[in-house]
Design a protein around this ligand. Sequence first.
Ligand SMILES: Cc1cc2nc3c(=O)[nH]c(=O)nc-3n(C[C@H](O)[C@H](O)[C@H](O)COP(=O)(O)OP(=O)(O)OC[C@H]3O[C@@H](n4cnc5c(N)ncnc54)[C@H](O)[C@@H]3O)c2cc1C
Length: 307
Amino acid sequence: MTFKVSPGPKLDINKANTHILPPFTLIEPGSLKELLEVKAKYGEKAAILAGGTDLLVKMKLRILEPEYVISLKKVRSELSGIRREGDEIVIGAATLLRDIELNDSIMRLAPALFDAVIVMGGVQIRNMGTIGGNLGNASPAADTAPPLLVHSASVKLLSTSGERIVPLEEFFTGPGRTVMRPDEIIYEVRLKALGKGCGSAFMKIARTAFDLAKISAAAMICVEDGVIKEAKVAVGSAAPTPVRARSAEDALVGKAPTPETFLEAGKAARNDISPIDDVRSTAWYRRRVIAPLLHDVLQKALGRIGV
Ligand SMILES: Cc1cc2nc3c(=O)[nH]c(=O)nc-3n(C[C@H](O)[C@H](O)[C@H](O)COP(=O)(O)OP(=O)(O)OC[C@H]3O[C@@H](n4cnc5c(N)ncnc54)[C@H](O)[C@@H]3O)c2cc1C
Protein backbone atom coordinates (compact mmCIF):
# COMPACT_ATOMS: atom_id res chain seq x y z
CA MET A 1 0.00 0.00 0.00
CA THR A 2 1.45 3.39 -0.96
CA PHE A 3 0.46 6.92 0.12
CA LYS A 4 1.89 10.26 -0.92
CA VAL A 5 2.45 12.40 2.16
CA SER A 6 2.39 16.25 2.31
CA PRO A 7 4.23 17.25 -0.87
CA GLY A 8 5.13 20.64 0.62
CA PRO A 9 8.09 22.83 -0.39
CA LYS A 10 11.62 21.61 0.31
CA LEU A 11 12.85 23.76 3.17
CA ASP A 12 16.44 24.77 3.68
CA ILE A 13 16.18 25.27 7.40
CA ASN A 14 19.73 24.50 8.43
CA LYS A 15 18.92 21.78 10.93
CA ALA A 16 16.44 23.79 13.01
CA ASN A 17 13.47 21.69 14.11
CA THR A 18 10.49 22.89 12.05
CA HIS A 19 8.26 20.16 13.55
CA ILE A 20 7.21 19.65 9.91
CA LEU A 21 8.10 16.48 8.03
CA PRO A 22 9.60 16.89 4.57
CA PRO A 23 7.56 15.35 1.72
CA PHE A 24 7.85 11.58 1.26
CA THR A 25 5.95 8.59 -0.08
CA LEU A 26 4.83 6.18 2.63
CA ILE A 27 4.89 2.47 1.79
CA GLU A 28 3.28 -0.14 4.04
CA PRO A 29 4.40 -3.63 2.96
CA GLY A 30 1.98 -6.37 4.03
CA SER A 31 4.55 -9.16 4.28
CA LEU A 32 8.26 -9.68 4.93
CA LYS A 33 8.72 -10.69 1.28
CA GLU A 34 7.12 -7.45 0.11
CA LEU A 35 9.21 -5.45 2.60
CA LEU A 36 12.45 -6.90 1.21
CA GLU A 37 11.30 -6.33 -2.40
CA VAL A 38 10.47 -2.69 -1.70
CA LYS A 39 13.80 -2.14 0.11
CA ALA A 40 15.64 -3.74 -2.81
CA LYS A 41 13.76 -1.50 -5.26
CA TYR A 42 14.28 1.85 -3.51
CA GLY A 43 17.59 1.20 -1.66
CA GLU A 44 19.17 4.41 -0.36
CA LYS A 45 16.13 6.49 -1.32
CA ALA A 46 14.11 4.64 1.33
CA ALA A 47 14.19 4.64 5.14
CA ILE A 48 12.64 1.98 7.36
CA LEU A 49 10.14 3.35 9.88
CA ALA A 50 9.94 1.19 13.01
CA GLY A 51 8.89 3.29 16.03
CA GLY A 52 10.00 6.52 14.36
CA THR A 53 11.47 7.94 17.59
CA ASP A 54 14.79 8.61 15.84
CA LEU A 55 13.77 8.71 12.18
CA LEU A 56 10.97 11.27 12.45
CA VAL A 57 13.11 13.56 14.62
CA LYS A 58 15.90 13.43 12.02
CA MET A 59 13.41 14.13 9.23
CA LYS A 60 12.01 17.17 11.05
CA LEU A 61 15.58 18.40 11.49
CA ARG A 62 16.24 17.70 7.77
CA ILE A 63 19.17 15.48 8.75
CA LEU A 64 17.40 12.80 6.70
CA GLU A 65 15.04 13.44 3.79
CA PRO A 66 14.17 9.99 2.41
CA GLU A 67 12.02 9.93 -0.73
CA TYR A 68 10.29 6.78 0.52
CA VAL A 69 9.45 5.76 4.08
CA ILE A 70 8.78 2.04 4.51
CA SER A 71 6.63 1.36 7.55
CA LEU A 72 7.02 -1.89 9.51
CA LYS A 73 3.50 -1.51 10.94
CA LYS A 74 1.90 -4.38 9.00
CA VAL A 75 4.88 -6.75 9.31
CA ARG A 76 5.60 -6.12 12.97
CA SER A 77 4.48 -9.62 14.04
CA GLU A 78 6.98 -11.23 11.63
CA LEU A 79 9.81 -9.12 13.04
CA SER A 80 8.99 -9.16 16.76
CA GLY A 81 9.43 -11.52 19.69
CA ILE A 82 11.99 -12.83 22.17
CA ARG A 83 12.91 -16.52 22.26
CA ARG A 84 15.65 -18.86 23.53
CA GLU A 85 17.74 -20.90 21.07
CA GLY A 86 20.27 -23.00 23.00
CA ASP A 87 22.60 -20.61 24.80
CA GLU A 88 21.35 -17.65 22.73
CA ILE A 89 18.51 -15.20 23.14
CA VAL A 90 16.99 -14.08 19.83
CA ILE A 91 15.18 -10.72 19.67
CA GLY A 92 13.21 -9.68 16.56
CA ALA A 93 14.29 -6.29 15.18
CA ALA A 94 10.85 -4.69 15.64
CA THR A 95 10.54 -5.84 19.27
CA LEU A 96 9.59 -2.88 21.44
CA LEU A 97 12.05 -1.71 24.08
CA ARG A 98 9.16 -2.00 26.54
CA ASP A 99 8.70 -5.71 25.70
CA ILE A 100 12.43 -6.31 26.30
CA GLU A 101 12.16 -4.51 29.65
CA LEU A 102 9.26 -6.73 30.73
CA ASN A 103 10.78 -10.02 29.54
CA ASP A 104 11.80 -12.40 32.31
CA SER A 105 14.59 -14.11 30.28
CA ILE A 106 16.24 -10.76 29.56
CA MET A 107 16.16 -9.80 33.23
CA ARG A 108 17.74 -13.12 34.30
CA LEU A 109 20.03 -13.98 31.40
CA ALA A 110 21.03 -10.60 29.95
CA PRO A 111 20.70 -8.22 32.91
CA ALA A 112 22.98 -5.61 31.28
CA LEU A 113 20.42 -5.24 28.48
CA PHE A 114 17.61 -4.97 31.04
CA ASP A 115 19.56 -2.19 32.82
CA ALA A 116 19.91 -0.34 29.52
CA VAL A 117 16.32 -0.48 28.27
CA ILE A 118 14.81 0.69 31.57
CA VAL A 119 16.73 3.96 31.30
CA MET A 120 15.96 4.64 27.62
CA GLY A 121 13.71 7.70 27.40
CA GLY A 122 10.37 7.41 29.18
CA VAL A 123 7.77 4.65 28.95
CA GLN A 124 6.16 6.45 25.98
CA ILE A 125 9.43 6.20 24.02
CA ARG A 126 9.92 2.56 25.05
CA ASN A 127 6.38 1.76 23.88
CA MET A 128 7.30 3.06 20.39
CA GLY A 129 11.06 2.49 20.06
CA THR A 130 12.50 -0.83 18.91
CA ILE A 131 15.84 -2.59 19.34
CA GLY A 132 16.34 -2.65 15.55
CA GLY A 133 15.76 1.11 15.44
CA ASN A 134 18.30 1.72 18.20
CA LEU A 135 20.95 -0.23 16.26
CA GLY A 136 19.86 1.02 12.81
CA ASN A 137 20.18 4.61 14.00
CA ALA A 138 23.82 3.80 14.85
CA SER A 139 24.31 6.54 17.43
CA PRO A 140 27.54 6.23 19.45
CA ALA A 141 25.16 6.74 22.41
CA ALA A 142 22.79 3.86 21.51
CA ASP A 143 22.07 2.38 24.92
CA THR A 144 21.42 -1.18 23.77
CA ALA A 145 24.82 -1.41 22.07
CA PRO A 146 27.25 -1.76 25.04
CA PRO A 147 25.15 -4.51 26.73
CA LEU A 148 24.76 -6.33 23.43
CA LEU A 149 28.53 -6.11 22.83
CA VAL A 150 29.33 -7.69 26.20
CA HIS A 151 26.77 -10.40 25.48
CA SER A 152 28.63 -11.21 22.20
CA ALA A 153 25.66 -10.16 20.06
CA SER A 154 25.33 -10.46 16.31
CA VAL A 155 22.80 -8.99 13.91
CA LYS A 156 20.98 -11.00 11.25
CA LEU A 157 20.51 -8.93 8.10
CA LEU A 158 18.01 -9.91 5.38
CA SER A 159 17.62 -8.91 1.75
CA THR A 160 16.07 -10.43 -1.35
CA SER A 161 19.46 -12.03 -2.03
CA GLY A 162 19.59 -13.87 1.31
CA GLU A 163 20.76 -13.41 4.87
CA ARG A 164 24.03 -12.72 6.64
CA ILE A 165 25.01 -12.60 10.28
CA VAL A 166 27.30 -9.75 11.33
CA PRO A 167 28.95 -9.63 14.78
CA LEU A 168 27.78 -6.39 16.44
CA GLU A 169 31.42 -5.38 16.86
CA GLU A 170 31.66 -5.13 13.07
CA PHE A 171 28.21 -3.63 12.48
CA PHE A 172 28.84 0.07 13.29
CA THR A 173 31.27 1.96 11.06
CA GLY A 174 30.78 5.53 12.37
CA PRO A 175 28.14 7.90 13.75
CA GLY A 176 24.90 7.03 11.89
CA ARG A 177 26.71 4.49 9.70
CA THR A 178 26.66 0.68 9.59
CA VAL A 179 27.77 -2.12 7.27
CA MET A 180 24.15 -2.57 6.11
CA ARG A 181 23.73 -2.49 2.33
CA PRO A 182 20.92 -0.29 0.94
CA ASP A 183 18.81 -3.38 0.15
CA GLU A 184 19.18 -4.92 3.64
CA ILE A 185 17.11 -4.74 6.80
CA ILE A 186 17.88 -5.83 10.36
CA TYR A 187 15.84 -8.97 10.92
CA GLU A 188 16.92 -10.02 14.41
CA VAL A 189 19.54 -9.63 17.13
CA ARG A 190 21.13 -12.69 18.73
CA LEU A 191 22.98 -12.53 22.05
CA LYS A 192 24.61 -15.02 24.40
CA ALA A 193 22.74 -15.74 27.62
CA LEU A 194 24.77 -15.45 30.83
CA GLY A 195 26.62 -18.64 31.72
CA LYS A 196 27.15 -20.16 35.18
CA GLY A 197 29.36 -18.02 37.42
CA CYS A 198 28.82 -14.93 35.25
CA GLY A 199 27.10 -11.57 35.81
CA SER A 200 26.48 -8.52 33.65
CA ALA A 201 25.43 -4.91 34.17
CA PHE A 202 25.09 -1.53 32.41
CA MET A 203 25.19 2.04 33.71
CA LYS A 204 25.00 5.43 32.07
CA ILE A 205 25.69 8.99 33.11
CA ALA A 206 23.32 11.51 31.54
CA ARG A 207 22.38 15.17 32.05
CA THR A 208 18.79 14.27 32.93
CA ALA A 209 16.93 11.01 33.46
CA PHE A 210 15.52 10.95 29.88
CA ASP A 211 18.63 12.14 28.05
CA LEU A 212 21.12 10.28 25.87
CA ALA A 213 24.30 9.24 27.66
CA LYS A 214 27.27 11.52 28.32
CA ILE A 215 29.01 8.17 28.65
CA SER A 216 27.80 4.61 29.28
CA ALA A 217 29.42 1.28 30.05
CA ALA A 218 28.51 -2.40 30.22
CA ALA A 219 30.43 -5.31 31.65
CA MET A 220 30.13 -9.08 31.77
CA ILE A 221 32.45 -11.06 34.06
CA CYS A 222 32.72 -14.73 34.94
CA VAL A 223 34.42 -15.72 38.21
CA GLU A 224 35.75 -19.16 39.13
CA ASP A 225 37.65 -20.04 42.33
CA GLY A 226 37.95 -16.36 43.23
CA VAL A 227 39.53 -15.38 39.88
CA ILE A 228 38.05 -13.55 36.86
CA LYS A 229 38.07 -16.16 34.07
CA GLU A 230 36.32 -14.11 31.40
CA ALA A 231 35.61 -10.40 31.03
CA LYS A 232 33.89 -8.30 28.39
CA VAL A 233 33.64 -4.54 28.68
CA ALA A 234 32.04 -2.04 26.29
CA VAL A 235 31.65 1.73 26.35
CA GLY A 236 29.15 4.08 24.67
CA SER A 237 29.38 7.81 23.80
CA ALA A 238 33.16 7.79 24.03
CA ALA A 239 34.19 7.03 20.42
CA PRO A 240 32.62 7.31 16.93
CA THR A 241 30.87 3.98 17.61
CA PRO A 242 30.12 1.97 20.75
CA VAL A 243 33.38 0.10 21.45
CA ARG A 244 34.78 -2.91 23.28
CA ALA A 245 37.32 -1.87 25.93
CA ARG A 246 39.91 -4.60 25.43
CA SER A 247 42.57 -2.97 27.61
CA ALA A 248 40.09 -3.07 30.48
CA GLU A 249 39.30 -6.70 29.73
CA ASP A 250 43.01 -7.60 29.75
CA ALA A 251 43.36 -5.84 33.11
CA LEU A 252 40.61 -8.03 34.58
CA VAL A 253 41.27 -11.58 33.41
CA GLY A 254 43.30 -13.66 35.88
CA LYS A 255 42.81 -11.17 38.73
CA ALA A 256 40.70 -11.32 41.87
CA PRO A 257 37.42 -9.39 41.48
CA THR A 258 38.30 -6.61 43.95
CA PRO A 259 37.47 -2.88 43.88
CA GLU A 260 41.18 -2.19 43.16
CA THR A 261 41.16 -4.50 40.14
CA PHE A 262 37.98 -2.83 38.86
CA LEU A 263 39.41 0.68 39.22
CA GLU A 264 42.62 -0.33 37.41
CA ALA A 265 40.53 -1.81 34.61
CA GLY A 266 38.56 1.44 34.43
CA LYS A 267 41.80 3.42 34.06
CA ALA A 268 43.04 1.00 31.40
CA ALA A 269 39.85 1.62 29.40
CA ARG A 270 41.13 5.15 28.66
CA ASN A 271 43.32 3.47 26.01
CA ASP A 272 40.22 2.14 24.26
CA ILE A 273 38.24 5.35 23.82
CA SER A 274 38.55 8.52 21.74
CA PRO A 275 36.01 10.90 23.27
CA ILE A 276 35.12 14.33 21.90
CA ASP A 277 33.57 17.54 23.26
CA ASP A 278 29.91 17.76 22.24
CA VAL A 279 26.57 19.12 23.45
CA ARG A 280 26.32 16.53 26.21
CA SER A 281 29.81 16.52 27.71
CA THR A 282 33.52 17.08 27.24
CA ALA A 283 36.31 14.73 26.25
CA TRP A 284 38.07 15.65 29.53
CA TYR A 285 35.07 14.58 31.65
CA ARG A 286 34.58 11.36 29.72
CA ARG A 287 38.23 10.39 30.19
CA ARG A 288 38.05 11.11 33.92
CA VAL A 289 34.75 9.44 34.68
CA ILE A 290 35.30 6.20 32.80
CA ALA A 291 37.41 4.72 35.65
CA PRO A 292 34.85 5.15 38.47
CA LEU A 293 32.02 4.29 36.07
CA LEU A 294 33.64 0.99 35.11
CA HIS A 295 34.46 0.30 38.75
CA ASP A 296 30.77 0.68 39.60
CA VAL A 297 29.45 -1.32 36.65
CA LEU A 298 31.88 -4.17 37.38
CA GLN A 299 30.81 -4.20 41.05
CA LYS A 300 27.20 -4.41 39.92
CA ALA A 301 27.97 -7.29 37.52
CA LEU A 302 29.90 -9.10 40.27
CA GLY A 303 27.00 -8.70 42.70
CA ARG A 304 24.73 -10.47 40.23
CA ILE A 305 26.77 -13.66 39.92
CA GLY A 306 24.70 -16.54 41.14
CA VAL A 307 21.58 -14.41 41.58
C1 LIG B 1 12.63 11.70 23.92
C2 LIG B 1 13.57 10.64 23.43
C3 LIG B 1 14.38 9.99 24.34
C4 LIG B 1 15.27 9.01 23.90
N1 LIG B 1 16.08 8.41 24.82
C5 LIG B 1 16.98 7.50 24.40
C6 LIG B 1 17.87 6.89 25.34
O1 LIG B 1 17.83 7.16 26.54
N2 LIG B 1 18.78 6.00 24.85
C7 LIG B 1 18.87 5.68 23.52
O2 LIG B 1 19.71 4.87 23.15
N3 LIG B 1 18.02 6.22 22.63
C8 LIG B 1 17.09 7.12 23.03
N4 LIG B 1 16.25 7.70 22.11
C9 LIG B 1 16.37 7.35 20.70
C10 LIG B 1 15.35 6.27 20.23
O3 LIG B 1 14.17 6.27 21.00
C11 LIG B 1 15.95 4.86 20.22
O4 LIG B 1 17.13 4.85 19.47
C12 LIG B 1 14.96 3.83 19.67
O5 LIG B 1 15.39 2.53 19.98
C13 LIG B 1 14.78 3.93 18.16
O6 LIG B 1 13.88 2.92 17.75
P1 LIG B 1 12.72 3.23 16.68
O7 LIG B 1 12.00 1.96 16.46
O8 LIG B 1 11.90 4.39 17.09
O9 LIG B 1 13.61 3.61 15.40
P2 LIG B 1 13.21 4.45 14.11
O10 LIG B 1 13.22 5.90 14.43
O11 LIG B 1 11.99 3.91 13.47
O12 LIG B 1 14.48 4.09 13.20
C14 LIG B 1 15.78 4.53 13.55
C15 LIG B 1 16.74 4.22 12.40
O13 LIG B 1 16.91 2.81 12.25
C16 LIG B 1 16.46 2.38 10.97
N5 LIG B 1 15.75 1.11 11.20
C17 LIG B 1 14.74 0.88 12.07
N6 LIG B 1 14.42 -0.43 12.05
C18 LIG B 1 15.21 -1.02 11.13
C19 LIG B 1 15.34 -2.36 10.64
N7 LIG B 1 14.59 -3.37 11.11
N8 LIG B 1 16.27 -2.61 9.69
C20 LIG B 1 17.06 -1.61 9.21
N9 LIG B 1 16.98 -0.33 9.62
C21 LIG B 1 16.06 -0.04 10.58
C22 LIG B 1 15.55 3.50 10.46
O14 LIG B 1 15.48 3.54 9.05
C23 LIG B 1 16.23 4.71 11.04
O15 LIG B 1 17.34 5.10 10.25
C24 LIG B 1 15.34 8.68 22.53
C25 LIG B 1 14.50 9.33 21.61
C26 LIG B 1 13.63 10.31 22.05
C27 LIG B 1 12.75 10.99 21.04
